[in-house]
Ligand binder design. Structure first.
Ligand code: SIN
Length: 523
């Protein structure tokens, strides 16, 4: 085992982690640890864009209202205010660092997505907005000699002693490293991989949420999972995202008989909130006994479609779909977890020295349902805030403590106790269970079945080992349990959480469900 020390540890290299590291770079040595290559994050794959009230017709107050409405009464208004007010400033800063957003003439081009009352979505290279953010932030990080990257370093647990975090234990190149830091920022992203169908990359296994929970962090709003209505449905193909911006530009949803149906479900039709569209698609699939519906862009100008969605066009072509000529088979997929590690407006958690930003965190910005394209903005705004707060925490004169690693008190082994095929089988069963029982439409019966299976599986992999496969599965099981139990507890339908046995909001609709010291609480 190796001991290393750094001033600030950032775990995760998406928009939130990189933006935090840029702030920290002025205050000491920074290590960005990632379990894969640094560009492998949800940010890299984000298509549609980044919502910001910067167009001539928009106002931050309207962005605030739209976000609160989407969050269905459970947003923390102070956090939303920070998001919409600081957003334009952070975008201007990003442009000054070289970000190239698409323009109409010299003016920034803004598009519309569901539940936005104005055109406010910036995009880059058509549908590669996240990639552009990642490019600019990585280039900026490279200008600081104080920042080092640690690729392929899997964080196993946080090192916490008496409610204070002193870094993390990780495995890199088969070696266990105790990495001590004055302050640690978790920016590990989401957990879409717990679902059989997800738009998320393979790295999104809920690691940050699980390790924070094991260390005693408070988690909140875990039952709120957003399902994106349109992912590619092709047997054998990944559930590739077909950006909401396509519907924003006029694409229609049609059932397998070629009939548009969204007007039958919501006055905003294709631009209704995501949970409404996802449930409408499921209803149409059931009604027409089909495994998918279609997204239709064939009535739009072909050159415009190719120019506006080059990445989607290229990907669909790999599956012999010409998006200007053919209907695209689509169905919903898990996309974003609104809940996560509870933080204040500066990313601070209940554990001293531990901060969280981005999808892993629950700042309260999204409430029960995230407004489309608010997440990249959240990563920028709250990543920067977490970086600033962590740098100040580091300068309070805290000593690098004698850390105690949670869960690594034994002689660690980097050999798996289980065969790869066993772990693969378990992962597949878990993902199917979550999709079928804890998916878009839930009820007490389905959730109880999931709860029973999860409680049988968990002890099997909770034994300590430090291979990435086992640790990911351990984390996925833990996050699945937190989501399932919170979903069982919320006996009402709010935002993205829909219970067929409790279709109304219910008396507890305005309360949050929290996980604290391993126990569930309501607030
Ligand atoms: C999309 O492009 O549809 C995804 C944007 C988002 O989830 O915010």
């Amino acid at each position: 085992m190796k001991e290393e020390s750094v001033d600030f540890l950032v775990i995760g290299s998406g928009v939130a982690g990189l933006r935090a590291a840029i702030e920290l770079a002025h205050h000491g040595t920074v290590l960005i640890a990632t379990k894969d290559v640094p560009t492998e994050s949800s940010t890299e794959y984000a298509q549609g864009g980044i919502a910001v009230a910067m167009s001539d017709e928009d106002e931050v107050g309207i962005h605030l209202e739209d976000t609160l409405r989407a969050g269905d009464g459970l947003c923390r208004e102070s956090a939303v205010k920070v998001l919409v007010e600081e957003g334009p400033w952070r975008i201007s800063e990003l442009i000054s660092w070289g970000a190239e957003f698409d323009r109409e003439g010299t003016k920034l081009a803004f598009t519309r997505e569901a539940a936005h009352s104005k055109n406010r979505i910036l995009h880059a290279h058509g549908d590669s907005t996240g990639k552009e953010l990642e490019r600019v932030l990585i280039a900026k990080v490279r200008t600081y000699q104080s920042v080092k990257k640690y690729p392929f370093a899997f964080t196993v647990d946080l090192m916490v002693n008496e409610g204070e975090c002193f870094g993390a234990s990780m495995v890199k190149d088969g070696e266990v490293i105790h990495l001590s830091a004055k302050a640690t920022i978790l920016a590990t992203g989401g957990a879409g991989q717990i679902y059989e169908r997800t738009t998320n990359p393979a790295v999104a296994t809920g690691d940050g949420m699980a390790i924070a929970f094991r260390a005693g962090a408070v988690l909140e709003d875990m039952e709120f999972v957003q399902f994106h209505p349109t992912s590619l449905y092709m047997p054998g193909a990944p559930h590739f995202l077909l950006s909401e911006a396509m519907r924003g530009e006029g694409a229609l949803l049609k059932n397998i008989h070629g009939e548009p149906f969204m007007k039958n479900y919501h006055p905003s039709a294709e631009l209704a909130p995501r949970d409404v569209v996802s449930r409408a698609i499921i209803s149409e699939m059931v009604r027409t006994k089909s495994a998918h519906v279609y997204l239709d862009l064939t009535h739009l100008d072909k050159e415009f479609v190719k120019r506006r969605f080059p990445r989607i066009n290229l990907t669909c072509r790999m599956y012999n779909i010409d998006i200007t000529e053919n209907l695209i088979p689509v169905s919903p997929a898990a996309h974003y977890i609104m809940g996560g590690i509870r933080t204040d407006l500066n990313g601070a958690t209940n554990i001293k020295g531990l901060y969280a930003a981005g999808e892993v965190a629950c700042t309260g910005v999204h409430g029960a349902n995230r407004l489309a394209s608010n997440s990249l903005l959240e990563g920028l705004v709250f990543g920067a805030r977490a970086g600033i707060a962590a740098s100040q925490h580091g300068s309070e004169g805290r000593m690098h403590g004698t850390p105690k690693a949670q869960g690594l008190h034994h002689a660690p082994s980097t050999l798996s106790r289980f065969s790869s095929s066993y772990l693969d089988g378990m992962r597949t069963s878990l993902r199917r269970l979550m999709w079928e029982r804890v998916g878009i439409i839930r009820c007490a019966e389905s959730l109880s079945i999931a709860e029973d299976s999860l409680s049988q599986w968990e002890p099997e992999v909770n034994e300590i080992s430090v291979t990435r496969e086992e640790q990911e599965l351990r984390n996925m099981l833990m996050v699945s349990r937190l989501i399932t139990e919170a979903a069982l507890e919320r006996k009402g339908s709010v935002g993205a959480h829909f219970r067929s046995d409790f279709p109304l909001r219910g008396d507890d609709g305005n309360r949050h469900i929290l996980w604290e010291k391993g126990r569930m609480l309501k607030e």
